[in-house]
Design a protein around this ligand. Structure first.
Ligand SMILES: C[S@@+](CC[C@H](N)C(=O)[O-])C[C@H]1O[C@@H](n2cnc3c(N)ncnc32)[C@H](O)[C@@H]1O
Length: 357
């Protein structure tokens, strides 16, 4: 590396950059604190409890007070818990509880930290992949990836899938109410499948995923949601599942596939007459320069180690990555034989696209 020319450094820009990277490192340290707070029930014990001393919180959670006090300090420093200096007590606001304590909330965040934890654990695999150009299959990651991804996406599905995304598709809700057959391709742990089944009791749902362990988990999700009579799951690839469907869904998985055109072509053949494909993908604009945000940063990083790596492991005919953008996704569906493709809905995290033959 050439010696740096310190005269070329703008001190204000340097300060701003250092401020940012320190903030990022601080967030990384904070992530494990969030996970501990969830696993030990610390946030849950604070939710709605009013001001608590470190000793009271430790006793309510059967934890050692000294650790709890230090953890509380980290939470106050990060703005995740409020501190009352006069009474030396700590309190969770309703907003903090919504994000940190309530597992049923669509904004619940602690599980999301399982994904970067898995990425750190898989760092050496990524180093090898960069050097060799070889892939890393979805099933070859640290175990924390699977629940982390499923729980992170589940938040968005709970908040939006039945309320906003399905109604944004042309005529689909009426079909689901009357009784339709639906395929959830790349269903993972099947949270999307179970949510739809619960909302539309006259319809039947089949989830397919290439990862056998995820299919086992999906069966559990269906039982927990009480929809096991309406849904079934099977291990199958996106280009070889059986049946004809009124609605075929791809939730955050098309970009992971090694041949997304083959997956879309199979969907084209597997649609019943008048059927619809709902494609849910990570939110992205079409150009790198328009994807500069915390959300894009997160998705590009996951895409590097997880999505592109899996697509490459499947042969990588087209490696879309998690920031493909609507134009590239539309091209996949055009090549597969679809004539209609439109953006039906968007959230800061997702694009919801509708494709029809
Ligand atoms: C990011 S996860 C999303 C899972 C689920 N749809 C969700 O939203 O939680 C991507 C899923 O796609 C599955 N997958 C990847 N390639 C596949 C293929 N060729 N055929 C079927 N499933 C595939 C993976 O096994 C994984 O479960």
């Amino acid at each position: 590396m050439d010696t740096l020319d310190s005269a070329a450094i703008n001190p204000a820009k340097l300060d701003a950059l250092i401020g940012r990277v320190i903030g990022d490192i601080s967030a990384g340290y904070g992530g494990i604190m969030v996970s501990l707070g969830h696993k030990l029930g610390l946030y849950e014990a604070m939710a709605g409890a009013g001001p608590l001393s470190a000793r009271e919180l430790a006793s309510r959670t059967s934890c050692a007070e000294r650790y709890v006090r230090e953890w509380l300090g980290s939470q106050v420093a990060g703005g995740y818990v409020n501190y009352h200096a006069i009474s030396d007590t700590y309190e969770l606001t309703p907003e903090q509880a919504f994000v940190l304590a309530d597992e049923e909330s669509p904004a619940f965040i602690p599980f999301a930290w399982q994904v970067p934890a898995s990425m750190w654990a898989d760092e050496e695999k990524a180093v090898t992949a960069f050097r060799t150009g070889k892939g890393i299959a979805w099933g070859d990651h640290d175990h924390r990836l699977y629940c982390g991804v499923a729980a992170f996406y589940r938040n968005g599905y709970r908040a939006s899938l039945v309320q906003h995304w399905l109604p944004a598709l042309d005529g689909v809700v009426a079909k689901l109410e009357a009784g339709a057959l639906v395929a959830d391709v790349g269903c993972g742990h099947g949270h999307s499948t179970a949510l739809m089944a619960k909302a539309f009791p006259n319809s039947k749902f089949r989830g397919f995923d290439a990862h056998a362990d995820s299919v086992l988990e999906a069966n559990q999700s269906a039982v927990q949601a009480g929809v096991e009579r309406q849904v079934s799951f099977a291990t199958a690839r996106a280009d070889d599942y059986p049946g004809k469907y009124d609605l075929i869904c791809f939730f955050d998985c098309l970009h992971d596939m090694g041949d997304p055109v083959a997956a879309a072509t199979h969907a084209c053949k597997a649609l019943a007459p008048g059927g619809t494909v709902m494609l849910v993908e990570p939110f992205a604009n079409d150009r790198v320069e328009d994807n500069i945000s915390p959300v894009a940063r997160m998705y590009y990083a996951a895409s590097t180690m997880i999505c592109c790596a899996h697509a490459i492991s499947e042969g990588g005919r087209t490696v879309l990555g998690a920031q493909a953008g609507e134009a590239r996704l539309a091209e996949v569906f055009r090549k597969a034989g679809f004539t209609q493709f439109r953006r039906a809905f968007e959230t800061p995290f997702n694009l919801v696209l509708e494709a029809r033959v």
